[in-house]
Write a protein that binds this ligand. Structure first.
Ligand SMILES: *Cc1c(COP(=O)(O)O)cnc(C)c1O
Length: 823
């Protein structure tokens, strides 16, 4: 919800064309996606040019949902004729108008605004700082990681008069972007979290990147930064007036010295202030990244007037538990969406939107929600929640908190209400959750993690975490490489490369994939049963199960005349049409028709009009290696020629497709009508030409089951292969080769990350466990361990043991739970 706007007043002064014909212009929501509109008459619809479709195409949908106020691009002039009874501002760039609206709202706010930027930690610093400040001030923060050109504008529109302090984060990926964000945020206090390698490719050098980010702070009163980041410290010192700067460091010489002493329970942070006052803080965190974020938070809290005592009590509430939404399996075949970290309207909408695309086959969509105390105007908030429940077709609503009882009448009749979390936990059996999709969303102090603990299926401690934001990033990276009308088929064979096919497929459907492909019929049937509606190609269908293909509307690949004949003779006169794809073998020598087969193929197709030729494709044998480029081009040319011939002879125009992930990068000019994206979606740029542009999707995590102190020379594990060269400690992890942690990773071939530090394997990998050398790392039992993800990367690990990332991904055992997160 945003501070109310009178749209006519704004629009009549904004440069552009303004058509006025509706009396209703009181706005308290902004929508940029017509699917997310609920209270249309109070909504301003802004048509941004998305990559897929022109936003103005959706203006009509918005109008049907009672929206009467619009900002549209000039190019959409035609659309305006159909938008009856509306106020329409037409401008060159709708995004800029949205930003100006945000600037107006921001400048009406009198409290301090904190602007946060940096390469890492922006969102965490913002969230944690908000928690600590929340003990004393009515604090506004940007939702989730809304830090882009659009996200910052939407964030700033959310600041309302009742707030006392606002925290906004800014993220940039290219030069020139910060100026606009600065104009919106206009912070009085700045925090520069740190500088790293993200988006390096778009900047000349590190200093240019620091300089661009620093534009956010041009007019701050104070800027908090870490002095011992040498490049960053130097740049800031020479650019800003010394009186503005508040530095902190591990070493003496900064305004605040915050040194860390880790122990097994967490870390002590000793602070010496400028006036030589000293304080000790304690936190459960031990990894370097969290400790850096926490020190920013401590310093910012002091600057904003929090007492050290309140800061300490705040630190105790901070949880590593993500503010990320996580999809996990629950008891009684439920699927849980865990968003128990915080609760505000913006976050609720994001979670509901995510929910709308998952598990369409669920019995019920259930929402368990706590009160939202910070959102202000009570009745409005409850009305809005009730509106969302209808809009997102929630079948069963469960409200937790005293206040709900006063507003029961707003909610559907069968809803249930509980005065607190314990009350709900005592009665949870009466909700009869079974085979449901359950969103659990609560404010931190409601401790909804206890609900999750009760509803979560017993988890083997090793999980494969799938980051759906990264997946979307990678999808868009490939999308941008292609012509706008080239379609994308995503290969979700082998359980979507190990990631879990139904969840990934559902998400792909949401982010705009056009087609899916699996290897075998049962994989396709499974997707249909999980509610996937995209067309699905089956690469290796067994025609004995034709009835399944027909019933689930799968599209079989035909790669020889034998199967085509089988198909043709099995179809009865009353069969529905069936769509097939013909695979042409142009050099892969795996499956596919060769030129000599085609005469018979075409004859059969002519004779059977019920068999529709939906696609024609071939597969490259060496797309990822430069030495095979000539061979690949020859394959592509052969495919072009043969497929043209087929189209001519049959007078039809099927979808032609040839490129896999590697091919999209090397031969974009041969994309034909569609490409087949596989490994690239998972963040592996298999050509290794542009690896840094993709984000890793899968992170394999486990925990330390035991730590042992050993003496120099003690032998470790089967065959006594491991030896410590000095006295030290080892940790035993709850993962082994049966989980897909390859046995070849043993004896130091691989390392894992623990508390942000590297630890090599030691000794042989066992079936369900393995050992790592953690000498000097102060590891404790229960610590989380990362086996692959950002670091070590799949590509690195694959190279270490002479295999390819595909094998590592698809080898992750099925007993390893998949969890899906959305930042
Ligand atoms: C697996 C597969 C792909 C995808 O390959 P990637 O290298 O993972 O992009 C494309 N086409 C066919 C026929 C495949 O079998």
């Amino acid at each position: 919800m945003i501070q109310s706007i009178e749209f006519k007043k704004f629009a009549s002064k904004y440069p552009g064309e303004f058509i006025v014909s509706s009396a209703c212009d009181q706005i308290n929501q902004v929508a940029i996606d017509s699917r997310k509109i609920h209270s249309g008459n109070q909504t301003l619809f802004v048509a941004l040019d998305g990559s897929r479709q022109n936003g103005s195409d959706f203006a009509m949908d918005a109008h049907d949902l009672k929206v009467r106020n619009f900002i549209l691009p000039l190019s959409a002039k035609k659309a305006t004729e159909k938008l009856k009874d509306s106020n329409i501002l037409m401008v060159e760039k709708p995004l800029y108008a949205l930003q100006v609206l945000a600037i107006k709202n921001r400048s009406a706010f009198l409290g301090p605004v904190v602007g946060i930027t940096g390469s890492n930690g922006k969102t965490i610093v913002k969230e944690w700082l908000a928690q600590i400040l929340g003990q004393k001030f009515n604090t506004y923060k940007s939702p989730k990681s809304y830090n882009s050109q659009i996200g910052v504008a939407l964030s700033a529109l959310g600041i309302q008069a009742r707030h006392q302090v606002a925290l906004l984060e800014a993220g940039i990926s290219q030069p020139g972007e910060m100026d606009r964000l600065k104009q919106i945020i206009e912070p009085q206090l700045g925090i520069f979290t740190n500088i790293g390698s993200a988006h390096d490719e778009n900047f000349e050098d590190l200093e240019t990147k620091i300089e661009e980010k620093c534009k956010l702070f041009r007019d701050v009163n104070f800027l908090i930064f870490r002095k011992d980041h040498s490049k960053l410290g130097q740049f800031i010192n020479k650019t800003f007036h010394p009186a503005m700067l508040i530095s902190w460091s591990d070493d003496p010489g900064a305004d605040y010295t915050l040194s860390i002493r880790p122990d097994f329970k967490g870390s002590k942070i000793f602070m010496v202030a400028r006036d030589l006052r000293t304080f000790t803080f304690f936190t459960n965190f031990r990894d370097p990244a969290s400790l850096e974020n926490i020190r920013h938070v401590i310093v910012a809290s002091l600057v904003l007037g929090m007492s050290p005592e309140k800061i300490q009590s705040g630190l105790e509430m901070l949880h590593a538990v993500d503010m990320r939404l996580t999809l996990k399996s629950g008891i009684k075949r439920c699927l849980l969406i865990d968003d128990s970290y915080n609760n505000d309207l913006a976050g609720l909408e994001i979670a509901l939107e995510f929910m709308a695309h998952q598990r369409k086959s669920a019995e019920r969509r259930v929402l368990i929600l706590s009160e939202m105390l910070q959102e202000g105007n009570e009745i409005e908030v409850f009305r809005k929640i009730a509106g969302l429940i209808i809009h997102y077709e929630i079948d069963f609503f469960v409200g937790v908190g005293h206040l709900f009882s006063q507003y029961k009448s707003l909610f559907p009749k069968q809803s249930r209400f509980f005065w607190g979390t314990t009350h709900l936990l005592e009665n949870i059996a009466s909700l009869n959750l079974s085979n449901d999709l359950v969103l659990v969303k609560g404010a931190r102090n409601f401790h909804f993690e206890n609900i999750i603990k009760l509803l979560e299926a017993q988890v083997h401690e090793t999980v494969l975490e799938i980051n759906l934001n990264a997946l979307r990033h990678n999808f868009n990276f490939y999308k941008k490489r292609l012509q706008p009308d080239t379609r994308i088929m995503v290969m979700v064979k082998a359980f979507a490369y190990g990631g879990g096919s139904a969840e990934i497929a559902n998400h792909l459907q949401q982010i705009g994939a056009d087609y899916l492909s699996v290897a075998y019929i049962d994989e396709g049937v499974y997707l249909r049963q999980k509610g996937v509606t995209l067309p699905i190609m089956v690469m290796n269908p067994d025609m004995q199960h034709l009835s399944l293909i027909q019933h689930y509307e799968l599209e079989p690949v035909i790669f020889n005349n034998r199967t085509l004949l089988q198909l043709a003779s099995a179809l009865t006169s009353d069969s529905k049409n069936i769509s097939i794809h013909l695979e042409l073998d142009t050099g892969m020598r795996r499956l596919g028709l060769v030129e000599g087969d085609l005469e018979d193929t075409l004859a059969m197709l002519r004779a059977h009009s019920e068999i529709k030729l939906a696609g024609l494709f071939t597969h490259l044998a060496g797309a990822d290696e430069a030495i095979h480029e000539d061979f690949s081009r020859e394959q592509l040319a052969t495919f072009d020629r043969i497929s043209q011939g087929i189209m001519q002879k049959l007078s039809c125009r099927p979808i032609r497709h040839a490129l896999n992930s590697a091919g999209i990068i090397r031969f974009p000019e041969y994309a034909f009508d569609m490409v087949r994206l596989g490994i690239g979606l998972h963040g592996v740029e298999i050509n290794q030409l542009e690896p840094e542009k993709l984000q890793p999707v899968a992170t394999l995590k486990s925990v330390v089951s035991q730590v042992k102190k050993l003496a120099k020379g003690d032998s470790i594990g089967y065959g006594r292969h491991g030896r410590l060269i000095q006295d030290g400690e080892i940790a035993t992890l709850a993962i082994g080769y049966a989980d897909g942690y390859d046995r070849r990773f043993g004896n130091g071939k691989a390392f894992v990350m623990i508390q942000g530090k590297k630890a090599p394997t030691i000794g042989n990998i066992c079936m369900d466990m393995c050992m790592i050398d953690v000498s000097g790392l102060q590891v404790k039992e229960g610590d989380e361990v990362i086996l692959f993800g950002k670091e070590p990367s799949l590509q690195y690990l694959a190279n270490q043991i002479g295999t390819i990332p595909y094998e590592l991904l698809t080898g992750i055992g099925l007993r390893v739970k998949r969890q899906y997160i959305l930042d």
